[in-house]
Design a binder for this molecule. Structure first.
Ligand SMILES: [Zn+2]
Ligand SMILES: [Zn+2]
Length: 282
């Protein structure tokens, strides 16, 4: 059992990179990749913790991308050269989010919600502050009774406090991963299919043309039929198959490391294929 899609508190997860690795070790996982949103800040710490526990950890990232009005996520694996152009692109993403957050605070205040940027930042702990931290503040203040309500009433796409953020186009997202020495993989195609069923195959073709190397066929919210379908799409195109839980925090009803919502099992062969690809130069 392995897990190649995990978030730490360097983005919107609840656990530190060290705590994640320790938890994975305790759960019997054989390998991990840390894939925080728009940041590589936790990777060195996760890799170091992996050495301590004898658990191989791959440096990863998850990048929000936009194409033909569709928002989708691109995973990067083996992203180890993070200076120069890679650093400045990541800085641009963090900066655009930084500017978005105070404006969302303003919108909430206009809606009569007493909230400050300091409160949101205090919830984040790490580098990347995002909507889950806004939701946590609203919940703590009793403005909403659940995370879902926070998104439905205030923070979700189309809700009154929502603001869109800057996203890379597919070319820039692939370039970022490749410049960093990594391999690019389409995250959770099931969500693409849910949002735009007509775009999954054109997207795969477009991304394969840009050098994308794999598909995340195994995912907490894919049913067995979807997993099979995405494995087939990968095989037809000579793409790698990867998988992961998208773990953010321990809790009832949330995906757990390795086993997702209970039915997830990412075979070790996914790790081996990814390692082979990275060893032969991406
Ligand atoms: Zn994602
Ligand atoms: Zn994710």
């Amino acid at each position: 059992m392995i897990d190649l899609h995990i978030h730490s508190d360097c983005s919107d997860g609840a656990l530190s990179p060290e705590a994640l690795v320790e938890r994975a070790h305790r759960l019997g996982l054989r390998a991990l990749a840390l894939t925080d949103h728009d940041t590589v800040a936790g990777n060195d710490r996760a890799v170091a913790a992996g050495k301590q526990w004898g658990l191989p950890v791959l440096a990863g990232i998850e990048i929000s991308t936009q194409w033909r009005g569709l928002t989708f996520h691109l995973l990067g694996y083996g992203v180890t050269r993070t200076d120069g152009a890679v650093a400045s692109t990541l800085e641009f993403l963090v900066e655009s989010r930084r500017q978005r957050n105070p404006r969302m605070v303003e919108k909430l205040r206009h809606l009569g919600v007493e909230i400050t940027m300091e409160e949101v930042r205090a919830r984040a702990g790490g580098e990347v502050v995002g909507r889950p931290h806004f939701a946590a503040v609203l919940l703590a203040k009793g403005v909403v009774r659940s995370n879902q309500e926070a998104f439905d009433r205030f923070l979700g796409r189309g809700a009154p406090a929502y603001l869109d953020k800057a996203r890379l186009d597919p070319e820039a997202a692939c370039r970022l991963v490749h410049d960093a020495g990594g391999v690019a993989v389409l995250a959770h195609p099931g969500l693409v299919e849910r949002d735009r069923p007509d775009l999954l195959v054109p997207l795969l073709d477009h991304m394969t043309g840009l050098g994308m190397a794999g598909i995340e066929a195994y995912y907490s919210r894919h049913d067995p039929g979807q997993t099979l379908q995405y494995r087939n799409l990968a095989r037809q195109r000579g793409l790698l198959v990867t998988g992961g839980s998208d773990f953010h925090a321990p809790g009832q009803g949330a995906p757990e490391l390795g086993r997702g919502l209970g039915g997830l099992f990412v075979p070790d062969t996914c790790w081996e294929a990814l390692e082979d690809r990275l060893a032969t130069g991406g």
